[in-house]
Design a protein around this ligand. Structure first.
Ligand code: TRP
Ligand code: SF4
Length: 332
């Protein structure tokens, strides 16, 4: 049986951290085997908010692609590519724009939210309003059935479905399947300060951090604040942020040992976090090694060019069909 198709993208607006790895990439890697996957860097989407200062988009594109490849997105299994290399996305975006009512876009909750909260940027642009139309084009051009995304993207996906439905209805075709969101259980990765790990909070451990930086960041994790001295018994499961990381990286036996030694005041926080740091470092080391091998432009670009070619071939074929459906329908 033919595998169902998946499309998902990430905007190149920052470096990837442990939260992305555990929350998104692990899932994408798993899906590679079960589905025909198209994963891409949404650099045009990044431009909708970064248009005044686009110079970082290129760097983050390269960086994220290196992160993807080094953690195990596999170009033999998935099609990995860059949105702006496939000009067909732009053509479909234009065509979908013709049929998308502006009120659908204006009532998009993400749109309203961002317009209100980003005071330092002028986002009253046509491009930003059209963000979900471009996203619909990304998905529909590959006729994806499923789209792995976070909860925040569900309204965008609903719009994609509405646009697909409207297109099929207007042009009496069944060209576009209505794609469904593929929501997955996302483990909560705490940052240094206990809030959700995020670039904007400055509390993240990045995949490209060096061992020294990882060590120093883990040593600054918040621990049980009711335990100022080692001789005070701790409550790791309820009061320690560092322990929330320990949960993710330790075996059940190792966890038990930490809980016991912390509760009995045998283990001090500094020693505990030092051990955790070494664990995280050895977890990341294979990724760092793989990344090193691909860092030269010749190596990674060659891989991505292959992905671009595969994506382009599919997108071109879809566009032929789509143009026909719009312009060459038989007159009734
Ligand atoms: N809007 C998505 C985000 O910010 C990125 C994205 C662009 C995307 N095009 C997509 C995700 C297509 C899934 C499918 O995360
Ligand atoms: Fe947290 Fe470890 Fe300190 Fe216990 S010993 S409070 S688990 S850092």
């Amino acid at each position: 049986m033919k595998k169902a198709r998946i499309v998902s993208g990430m905007r190149p607006t920052g470096s990837l951290h442990l939260g992305h790895l555990e929350g998104v990439l692990k899932n994408w890697i798993k899906l590679q085997r079960e589905y025909e996957c198209f994963y891409f860097i949404a650099d045009w989407h990044a431009l909708t908010t970064e248009y005044e200062d686009p110079k970082n988009i290129r760097n983050y594109t390269r960086e994220i692609l290196l992160d993807w490849l080094s953690v195990g997105l596999n170009p033999e299994e998935a099609v990995i590519f860059i949105q702006s290399e496939i000009k067909e996305h732009a053509e479909l975006y234009l065509l979908l724009g013709m049929i998308t009512p502006v009120p659908w876009l204006e009532r998009n909750p993400t749109y309203k939210d961002i317009i209100q909260n980003l005071e330092n940027k002028d986002l009253a642009t046509y491009g930003f309003l059209g963000y979900p139309v471009l996203q619909a084009a990304d998905i529909l051009i590959y006729k994806a059935q499923k789209v792995p995304v976070g909860l925040d993207q569900v309204p965008h996906l609903e719009l994609t479905r509405e646009i697909a439905r409207r297109f099929n209805y207007l042009y009496k075709s069944e060209i576009f399947p209505e794609p469904e969101a593929l929501l997955s259980e996302v483990p909560k990765i705490p940052g240094i300060d206990g809030r959700k790990m995020s670039k904007s909070y400055g509390n993240a451990i990045y995949l490209k951090d060096t061992p020294e930086v990882v060590r120093q960041k883990i040593l600054s994790y918040v621990t049980d604040t009711l335990r100022p001295r080692k001789s005070d018994p701790g409550d790791p499961e309820n009061r320690c942020v560092a322990f929330d990381l320990i949960r993710l990286f330790y075996s059940p036996e190792e966890k038990e040992r930490v809980i016991e030694d912390c509760k009995s005041a045998k283990l001090g926080c500094r020693d505990c976090k030092k051990e955790l740091a070494e664990k995280v470092i050895s977890y990341l080391t294979p990724f760092w090694e793989k990344r090193k091998k691909m860092e030269s432009k010749d190596t990674w670009w060659e891989i991505i060019e292959e992905g671009n070619k595969k994506a382009r071939a599919v997108a071109k074929e879809s566009m032929e069909e789509i143009r026909k459906v719009i312009f060459e329908r038989e007159a009734h």
